[in-house]
Write a protein that binds this ligand. Sequence first.
Ligand SMILES: [Fe+2]
Ligand SMILES: [Fe+2]
Length: 282
Amino acid sequence: MLHRRGTILAAAAKLEVVQFLPETAAACIEAIDEERNLSQVVALVETDPALTANLLKCANSIYYTPFLGRAVGTVREALIRLGLVECKKLVIALGVVRTLRGRGYANWPPGFWEHSMAVAGMTIRLMQRRRGAGLDRHDLSRIYTASLLHDLGILVLVQVSPIGYREVVQQLGVRARVAVCDVEEEVLGVRHTEVGALVAMHWKLPPLFEHLLGDHHREAVDFNDLPLSALYLADQLSLRIAEDQAGPMLAPVPGHRTLPSNERALLAEELGRSNQIVSLVA
Ligand SMILES: [Fe+2]
Ligand SMILES: [Fe+2]
C-alpha cells in the first residue's frame, strides 16, 4: 500500500494535463473562432472542471508569468492573460497531449460535472446568503472556480490509477454509506483531497485552491472560514440530493449535519441548471 501511495503521489506531482471532454474543447474552439464575447467563452470553459484546471495551470506557468505576477484564480483572468487566440492553441495542444497519453475521461465518475457545477453555484449562493451583497465580485469568482475544481483530486486519481480507482467505485457500489475518502485510503493509500491539494500546489494555483481542494472533507470545518464552510455545506447537500440520481460515487457521507430544506431546494435548483448547461456541450 505504501508503495502504491508513493507511486500515485509521484505521478500526480508530475501531471501536466488533466484529461478533459473533447466536446467542451470543440465548443470552446468554435466560440473563439466565431469571435463570441469573453463571457460566453468563460461560461463554456466553466462547464468542464478539467479544462478549467488546465487553463489555470497554463496561465500560472512561468512561461505566462515571466515576472511572477499575481496568481490567476478565475477562468476570465486566465483567458485575459493567455489571450483568446493563444487559448485556442492551448486547448488544441492539450487535447493532443490527452489523446497521446491515454483514455481517462471515459472513466470519470457518473455525475461528476453536474456535481462540480452545482457545488460551485451553491457555494456562492450560500456565501451571499450569509454575508449579503458586501462580497467582492472578484473574490466570489475565484471561490466559484476553486469550488468548481474542489474534486480535481478524483480526476487525477482516475487518470494516474485508472484500475485502482475503478476498484474504489466498485467498493462504493457494494458498501452502504461509506465515505469516498475512506475507501480511497483503503484501496489506494491516498485521498482525493490530498492529491487535489498537491496538484494545486504544483500548478501554482492561488493558495485558496490548495485550501479548498485539500480541506473540503475535514470533519471539523471551521464555520468562520466562510469559503470552506460554504463549500463543505454545498458539497454535502449535493451528495445527499444526488444520492438517488447518480449512484454510489456521489453517495452522502454518514454523520454530517442536517441542513434546512430551503437550502436543499436551492441546491436542487443549481443541479437542474447544471444539467441543462452540461447538455448544451456534452
Ligand atoms: Fe470531495
Ligand atoms: Fe464533491
